[in-house]
Write a protein that binds this ligand. Structure first.
Ligand code: ZN
Length: 111
């Protein structure tokens, strides 16, 4: 018995399973070539989604940087709330970007 990934939800299932226990996808009677096609399409969709999410994260990061400089007040020693929010947006965008890159690598590695 081998472990394969479900063509629809990408969870790990037995290659002997008739139905995916995670999403209910029917595997029995499907031909291998079609399953492989479906699997690579699911994978490509996932990578596309993650790629657009990392673009969004990058945009957030750059907005945060822009905001930090835009709202910075040289004459005052403590940063205003706008600067603090901008820095927070920058950090969240950066972390989100890293998470997305890591997830893309993981999806590419699988299968
Ligand atoms: Zn499934």
């Amino acid at each position: 018995m081998a472990i394969v990934s479900c063509p629809q939800c990408s969870q790990k299932i037995s290659d002997k399973a008739a139905v995916c226990e995670h999403c209910g996808f029917v595997l029995e009677g499907q031909d291998q070539a079609q399953l492989a096609r479906l699997r690579s399409r699911t994978k490509a969709d996932k990578i596309n989604k993650l790629t657009s999410q990392s673009m969004l994260a990058m945009l957030l990061f750059m907005l945060g940087i822009a905001g930090t400089f835009y709202f910075r007040d040289e004459s005052s020693p403590d940063p205003g709330w706008q600067v603090q929010v901008s820095m927070l947006v920058m950090v969240v965008g950066f972390i989100w970007y890293l998470i997305n890159r890591a997830r893309i690598i993981l999806v590419k590695k699988r299968l």
